[in-house]
Every structure is written in structure tokens, then in C-alpha cells.
Design a protein around this ligand. Structure first.
Ligand code: FO1
Length: 451
């Protein structure tokens, strides 16, 4: 067992019939180390493999927008697995009830799940582990260098994390089997039988959901993710280093929804980018985001259980922000005024419109957007809560370690350092519209995202 795999409970593999992969984070058939590890064990123990996904309509922060995108992708997972003869079952409700019931009803020999540092997933797994008596393996299929391997503690910042990742990358970046090898392995563990496909629309109609957040027309699923990857690598990857911070050009990968729902393997993407014929600075700039920054977010959420709370901020930041908590605010807004685009600042309002309408704020603008929430709320604790609430509710790549770290970086200095002191911000890095005007065409960006 490679060190991508962690045995969560110290229980044996029983000599029953099925190996089960409880899919959650990595919602794809190909390049999925959790699926491949489960299939490998099925072959070795002469078992069959089944895949389940537990749909929980109470998932924190989820709504019509995120469930619609996720389910449209899962439909394709069900289809893809059934073409390999592997059964996919969509369970409904709490994993502690539904996954446990499925494991008992199907005489399972061992359980596989995919690594996810978020609290909700760790709770689910703890609850399931209390009820089951079979081995439960967790596989890090999301990171190139497995989170627990990259570092055994919370890192201060990219500068302490980058050397550790770079030292380990050669051992992990290339351990992805050829697609033909994957297909050969997966075909051996299927049991055939009718595919239980489902309809996203029918499911959404019967779910208790917050429908105030509109679904996006964004194509979803593994095929769309690969298409978007190819388009980016042959297109906007060139010039990425220089143009990515110009919000009016939108020179971004737009791959974060596919990475968030695990429809695209970061490892496959990194391999494609490594082999692409593009300027070395563009490749380096993108891999820094994809590997160092993204894995640093998992590191923060895994080792800091208060990753989405004020308590999770570094001591220096809490100290300086509290010291300036009583400073005069030039403007003060409630959550509803931020949410309904009612601030005085046309630049901030444009970012909020982009979030509401497209489900994603441009990377550079997301920093400005969050920092202004700090400036225009009565306390830093409230600012962090509002930024995370809005990002989780409206961003298609929200509810993700990257999003929590993004808000914590902007408001509470996570992975950043102290800067010259200013009112309200204290030593937290400051941004304002004058700085934006020096960097990009603010007027054009505002024109792109009018109410
Ligand atoms: N994972 C599940 O196993 N079951 C769900 O019902 C579920 C809903 C969901 C809704 C929105 C969203 O952004 C994520 C959701 N996830 C769900 C988790 C998702 O697969 C990702 O693993 C995490 O959000 C990323 O850490």
C-alpha cells in the first residue's frame, strides 16, 4: 500500500465478497487513486468492486447552484463506471446511516474513501467508523503529494512549504498509471448488471434546497473538465504569468470548479502543464498555484481544525486586528448590503456581481473583495464570517480549502506576514482601489459586471 493510503481503523479485511469505494471528494472515474487502490485490492482478494456516493442535501453551504453542478457531473461518473461493468449506487441522507446500512447489506470486505481535510468529511468518517467492523482505507486522490506526507504540521506559509513539496514531487508527480492500465484494472473488478443511472433534474426537484442561488450553465463532469484542461493548456496558459492578475482580461484557468468537485485530477493537469510547450515562467506560475498554493490550503485545513474561524488565525494577526478593532470605519455595512451589492464602491460591487452571476470572483479581485469586507465591518471576526458565508454560498468552487484559506489570507494574514500598520487593518496587508487602478483597467472590469 503506497503512502497515499491510510488505514483509518485497525480492522482486518474480511473474506467477504465486495470492496466498496465510498466516493465523495474525487468525483471521477479516471486518474482516481482511491478507485484504483480499491480495484487493486479487489483483484488481490478476488472480490468485486462497487462505488457509492452519499448525497446529503444538508451539506454545509450547498444550494441549487452547487448541487446542480455536482449532480450533472455524477451522472457521468455513474455512466462511465457502468461502461466498465462497475456498479454505482447513489445513497441519500446521512453517511452514518446510509453508508453503514449499505456496507452491512452488501457483505463488504473493506471500505475505501477519498481524503478530504474538511470538518464535515472527518465527522462523517468518524461516525461511519464507529459502526463498521471492516478495514477502512482513506486514499489521498486529491493532492499530488499526499497531504499527510507533504508535512506533518501546519506550515507558516508557502516559503516553508514549497521546499518540502518540491523535494517530494519527483516521487509523486509521475505515479499515475496509463489510462489503458487503469481501464484494464477496472474492467477486471466489475460485475456487470444494469446501470442505475439517475436524473439530476428529478433529484433536484425532490431535494430540500436553497433555490435562491441560480444554477450555472457551466458544463460539468469529467469530459467537460478534460476539455477545459486542454483549452487552458493550449490557450491561456501562455501569458498566464503576466496576465492572470488583470481581472478585465479574465486570463485564468477556470478549472477550479472541476478541481473542487474532483472531476479533474490535479496530477493529470500538472503532467499536461509540465509537457506543454509554453514559456517557462507561465508554467512555473501556474504550477505554483496548482501545487504549492492548493496543497498548502489542504495542509492548513487538515492541521488547523479552526480553519474557517477567527480562532484559526495566526496570533500576530489576531493581536494586531484586535488592537485596531475600535478604529473609526469610514463605511460600515451589514451582510445583506454586501450580499445585495449595496456598497459605495463600484469596484467592490462589480466583484460581488461577478460572484453572484458567474459563481466566481477573479483571483486578484477576490483579495480586494475580502479586504474591503474587513475594512467595512465592525469587527474582524464578523468580516471573516461574512466573506466565508458569501464565498461558500455563491462561489461554484466554494466550500473548499482554497476558499477558506483565501478568506483567511486576505482578512487574517494566514500564510502572509505583517506589513506597515494602518487603521482597522493593523499590520494586515492593505489593498485599495488606487492600487487596483495602478495595476489594471478598473473601468473596464466595472463595465463588465454591472448589476
Ligand atoms: N460530498 C458528498 O459526499 N456528498 C454530498 O452530498 C456533497 C454535497 C456537496 C455540495 C456542494 C459542495 O461544494 C460539495 C459537496 N460535497 C459532497 C463534497 C465535495 O465532493 C468536496 O469533497 C468538498 O466540498 C471539497 O472539499
Amino acid at each position: 500500500m503506497s503512502d497515499r493510503i491510510t488505514l483509518l481503523n485497525h480492522l482486518p479485511i474480511t473474506d467477504s465478497k465486495q470492496i466498496i469505494y465510498w466516493m465523495s471528494h474525487d468525483q471521477r472515474v479516471w486518474d482516481n487513486h482511491a478507485l484504483l487502490a480499491a480495484a487493486q485490492l479487489a483483484v488481490e482478494s478476488e472480490n468485486k468492486l462497487r462505488v457509492v456516493f452519499c448525497l446529503n442535501e444538508k451539506f454545509p453551504g450547498a444550494n441549487l447552484r452547487s448541487f446542480d453542478f455536482m449532480l450533472r457531473g455524477l451522472e457521468q461518473v455513474a455512466q462511465g463506471l457502468s461502461e466498465l461493468g462497475i456498479r454505482f449506487e447513489l445513497l441519500r441522507g446521512e453517511p452514518s446511516v446510509e453508508v453503514v446500512r449499505y456496507l452491512k447489506a452488501n457483505d463488504c470486505a473493506a471500505l475505501f474513501s477519498d481524503f478530504d481535510p474538511l470538518r464535515v468529511k472527518r465527522q462523517w468518517k468518524e461516525e461511519v467508523n464507529r459502526e463498521i467492523r471492516i478495514a477502512h482505507y482513506e486514499v489521498d486522490a486529491h493532492n499530488i503529494v499526499p497531504c499527510r506526507v507533504a508535512s506533518q504540521k501546519q506550515e507558516y506559509g508557502a516559503y516553508t512549504f514549497r521546499p518540502k513539496i518540491n523535494r517530494l514531487l519527483p516521487f509523486y508527480l509521475h505515479d499515475l498509471p496509463e489510462l489503458l492500465v487503469q481501464e484494464e484494472l477496472l474492467k477486471r473488478v466489475g460485475e456487470g448488471g444494469a446501470a442505475k443511472v439517475f436524473s439530476t433534474k428529478a433529484l433536484l426537484d425532490e431535494m430540500q434546497l436553497d433555490r435562491t442561488v441560480s444554477a450555472l450553465s457551466l458544463p460539468s463532469g469529467e469530459a467537460a473538465a478534460r476539455e477545459a484542461m486542454r483549452n487552458f493548456v493550449s490557450g491561456k496558459l501562455t501569458g498566464y504569468d503576466e496576465l492572470r492578475n488583470l481581472p478585465e482580461l479574465d486570463h485564468q484557468s477556470d478549472l477550479s470548479p472541476y478541481l473542487h468537485f474532483g472531476q479533474l485530477s490535479a496530477q493529470r493537469l500538472a503532467l499536461e502543464v509540465e509537457q506543454a510547450d509554453v514559456p517557462v515562467n507561465d508554467r512555473a506560475a501556474f504550477l505554483e498555484q496548482l501545487i504549492v498554493r492548493r496543497e498548502l490550503s489542504d495542509n492548513f485545513c487538515y492541521y488547523n481544525t479552526s480553519y474557517d474561524q477567527w480562532e484559526g488565525a495566526p496570533a500576530w494577526a489576531k493581536e494586531t486586528l484586535l488592537h485596531h478593532a475600535a478604529d473609526e470605519r469610514e463605511y460600515l455595512y451589514e451582510l445583506s448590503q454586501f450580499e445585495n451589492v449595496e456598497t459605495h464602491d463600484p469596484l467592490w460591487n462589480a466583484a460581488q456581481v461577478q460572484l453572484l452571476r458567474s459563481g466566481k470572483i477573479h483571483g486578484y479581485m477576490r483579495m480586494y473583495w475580502a479586504k474591503k469586507i474587513l475594512e467595512w465591518t465592525p469587527s474582524p471576526q464578523e468580516a471573516l464570517q461574512i466573506a466565508i458565508y458569501l464565498n461558500d454560498k455563491y462561489a461554484i468552487d466554494g466550500r473548499d480549502p482554497n476558499g477558506y484559506v483565501g478568506c483567511q489570507w486576505a482578512i487574517c494574514g494566514v500564510h502572509d506576514r505583517p506589513w506597515t500598520t494602518r487603521p482597522v487593518f493593523g499590520k494586515i496587508r492593505f489593498m485599495n482601489d488606487k492600487g487596483c487602478k495602478r495595476k489594471f483597467d478598473v473601468g473596464k472590469y466595472i463595465g463588465m459586471w454591472r448589476r
